[in-house]
Design a protein around this ligand. Structure first.
Ligand code: SAH
Length: 206
């Protein structure tokens, strides 16, 4: 089923073989609690994971990961740990992964889940708008919820040459932006199309 999912992603335009390999290694059904959805785990769709949140569609996970152009040992910050599936993809690409989740129950459950699976990211419970100033700067920052604007703190925690991938927009739909920090301290921004995410909420840590 995982092989078939990888074929679907390749047909939809994902080219990075390391990303496809990571998806073929990771058992997505283990990130879904509700047995009603278990059979659909390898379909290219999003699912509810509790607290009104969703596990992202595999295509979206693959697309965002491909945009990051990861190399082993990069320091990566993810905003919106959710189920931990994307976190596992980042870990399996041999990055040093930090991830923040605002929902306490999700944070706790995913921490347990990822450690049982043998992944070793650094997970935090808190507000992703602020990033992790003590751990930065990062090679890559990935936002997996729809941001109303680009948080200044996240830009400030990027290394020179570092990349932020963030879906931005306040309505139902966001634009997927890839922003690269230049030597001059400015940002080169590319728009990579429309996507739909659950909202990134500020000052709502619970
Ligand atoms: N990467 C996740 C996607 C989960 S959906 C996965 O693969 O399953 C996005 C997540 O972002 C939700 O769990 C939501 O609670 C979280 N989120 C929303 N606003 C946030 C914020 N300000 N800080 C941290 N997490 C946030």
């Amino acid at each position: 089923m995982r092989k078939r999912l990888v074929d679907v992603l390749r047909n939809k335009g994902i080219k990075d073989q390391r990303v496809l390999d990571a998806i073929s290694r990771i058992a997505r059904h283990q990130f879904i609690d509700d047995s009603a959805f278990m059979e659909l785990a390898y379909q290219d769709i999003a699912f509810p994971i509790g607290c009104g949140q969703t596990i992202s569609q595999p295509y979206t996970v693959a697309f965002q990961t491909e945009l990051l152009e990861l190399r082993p040992r990069m320091k990566v910050l993810e905003i919106g740990t959710g189920s931990g599936y994307q976190t596992a993809v980042l870990c399996s690409l041999e990055c040093k992964v930090f991830s923040i989740e605002r929902h306490k129950p999700l944070y706790l459950r995913t921490k347990e889940r990822l450690s049982q699976m043998g992944y070793r990211p650094t997970l935090s419970h808190g507000d992703g708008f602020k990033g992790l100033p003590k751990e930065g700067p990062f090679d890559r920052v990935l936002v997996t919820c729809g941001a109303p604007w680009v948080p200044e703190d996240l830009l400030g925690q990027l290394k020179v040459g570092g990349v932020l991938v963030i879906p931005v927009g306040e309505g139902d739909e966001q634009r997927m932006l890839r922003m690269e920090r230049t030597e001059a301290g400015t940002f080169r921004t590319d728009d990579r199309g429309a996507f739909r995410f659950v909202p990134m909420l500020q000052d709502k840590v619970g």
